[in-house]
Write a protein that binds this ligand. Structure first.
Ligand SMILES: Nc1ncnc2c1ncn2[C@@H]1O[C@H](COP(=O)(O)OP(=O)(O)OP(=O)(O)O)[C@@H](O)[C@H]1O
Length: 340
């Protein structure tokens, strides 16, 4: 069954509810200019103005993000650090107006056109088949469905862990089916990822786990020194930056992984079951954090089985069934998709 859910065709509130890179495509490098198009529009220097949340408390979603213009400089030393080239406050709104950019005009962050993914081990059963959809800058999208319906496969197409067998996957204007393998690291710099199993480096402290993400993309020590404590304050872990992952609770470890995913302010966050291993109260803290990040303009795409969370947040819901989109709903609920 073909699925063609353009944004204009999505259901409203009342609605029902490779294989790893096998070929090196030509002519699809991400140029510096193209990369510049992909980085946050609000890329000038910013200084954290929001009050840091209590270090031990679960971070609270603020009612409203501070407009960039209201930010203040704490002191001269901090000013020197934060005015370094390449410094971007994690509190800085990605969109110019400081409001969520969910108008769904302009270029989508993500477009799938008749995308199909067939694993070699299951040649007669596509994990995703003929999926077409658009996700616009600033959207928060839940991807739901039974176990095995294709959620993780969908997310892996976005990060180019998998290359679509047929059709197109376009992320920030780049056709990932043609993107050279050598350019994939540049794509990944623009996508924060959060997984159910955290994927923290066990022999690095909380601080080092987060700073490593910035070191890998060549940020200066001064920028790292400014940005890492800031993001750790945001996730409520300022007091634990010298701890190792095995000295943290599951919720704390996931907050480190969220901090790592967002520390360089990627315009897109891809989350695969980020609360899957956490109890409900801790999950709520993580979701508030992700919601807060989304309010600054970051596009969030999240696969989840968390019915309660999806029902309470009333975001866009894309439901998959056997590799097909069976529902694409504004401010939707979880629907009848259980964790089977
Ligand atoms: N590496 C692989 N090789 C062959 N088949 C695979 C592979 N990975 C996933 N599949 C199959 O592809 C289909 C979709 O799997 P996927 O992991 O995307 O589902 P999911 O919705 O994320 O499931 P879950 O909720 O359990 O994580 C399933 O039928 C699965 O068995």
């Amino acid at each position: 069954m073909a699925n063609h859910f353009r944004s204009s065709e999505r259901q409203g509130d009342e609605g029902a509810q490779q294989p790893l890179d096998s070929q090196e495509a030509q002519g699809s490098e991400v140029t510096d200019q193209e990369q510049a198009n992909f980085v946050p529009r609000h890329s000038a220097q910013h200084v954290a103005a929001s009050p840091a949340p209590n270090a031990q408390a679960e971070p609270e979603a603020p009612q409203q993000e501070q407009p960039a213009g209201s930010m203040t400089v704490a002191n001269r030393a901090e000013d020197e650090i934060t005015s370094q080239p390449g410094y971007t406050s994690v509190f800085a709104p990605l969109n110019d107006a400081g409001a969520p950019a969910v108008s769904r005009t302009g270029t989508p962050t993500i477009t799938l056109k008749n995308a199909t993914l067939i694993y070699p081990a299951q040649p007669n059963k596509p994990a995703l088949e003929d999926v077409s959809l658009d996700i616009y800058p600033g959207e928060f999208v839940f991807v739901v469905g039974h176990s095995g319906s294709g959620k993780s496969t969908f997310l892996k197409l976005l990060t180019r862990e998998l290359r679509a067998t047929k059709g197109q996957v376009i992320v920030a204007g780049r056709d990932l089916t043609k993107l050279r393998n050598s350019r994939v690291p540049y794509l990944r710099r623009q996508i924060g990822t959060v997984y159910q199993d955290f994927k923290l480096l066990p022999d690095k402290t909380v601080y080092e786990n987060v700073s490593f993400a910035l070191e890998c993309i060549g940020k200066s020590r001064a920028v790292i020194k400014a940005q890492v404590p800031e993001v750790l304050r945001l996730v409520g872990l300022a007091e634990k930056m010298d701890n190792y992952p095995d000295q943290l609770s599951g919720g704390e470890q996931q907050r480190v992984s969220v901090a790592r995913a967002m520390v360089n302010r990627p315009p897109l966050l891809v989350c695969d079951e980020p609360t899957g291993n956490l109890d409900p109260a801790i999950s709520l803290g993580i979701m508030k954090l992700l919601d807060r990040i989304n309010r600054t303009g970051t596009t969030v795409v999240m696969a989840t089985h968390d019915r309660e969370m999806v029902d309470s947040m009333r975001k866009r819901v894309i439901a998959l069934e056997a590799g097909h989109v069976v529902r694409d709903q504004e401010r939707g609920g979880y629907g009848y998709y259980g964790a089977l």
